[in-house]
Ligand binder design. Sequence first.
Ligand code: FNR
Length: 179
Amino acid sequence: MTRILGISGSLRRASFNAGLLRAAAELAPEGAEVDVQGIHGVPLYDADLEAEGTPQPVLDLRAALEAADALLLVTPEYNNGIPGPFKNAIDWMASGPGADLFNGKWVALMGASPMATGAIMAQNHWLPVLRTLGTRPWFEGRLMVGRAKDKFDDKGQLTDEDTRRRVSDFMAGFAAALD
Ligand code: FNR
């Protein structure tokens, strides 16, 4: 079984990106399992706080990453970039002993937004971060889910059939690369 840690970078209850991650987990091919995680409870990074002890939500995310063969980042976009809370969570995870967990790990990106462009700029902004962390990016597939208000219901469930097919294809391609 290939294990993929999926992290959604939104704190919003009916988040499109959390819904996209849940769809990715549902539609992952046989032999691949997605551990659906979020960034709730991760405090703002503070080296003084870290010196007192790494917060439990960060330790939990690190443990999930250690147990995974690959990482799937599902990113919202704020002001054409990575939302601060999401970058903050990854910074915490990668701090100190966490850095090694990313090294050589396969990573894929997807994202959703109400705009037509589907968080493409945020996805691009992850690239230097992923390089710095020494990850092994999987870029054969791209998934930008634009006009998200037409594709998710009011609870954030992905209902659009065409998008679900695209998610399914993306996950099949990512899982195949991990074999
Ligand atoms: C946004 N949003 C947004 N969307 C986008 O496609 N490009 C952008 O640059 C921005 N900028 C932006 C800035 C700020 C501060 C906020 C709060 C929002 C809209 C954003 O995509 C929308 O709120 C999504 O619903 C966020 O994703 P979740 O929370 O639904 O996963």
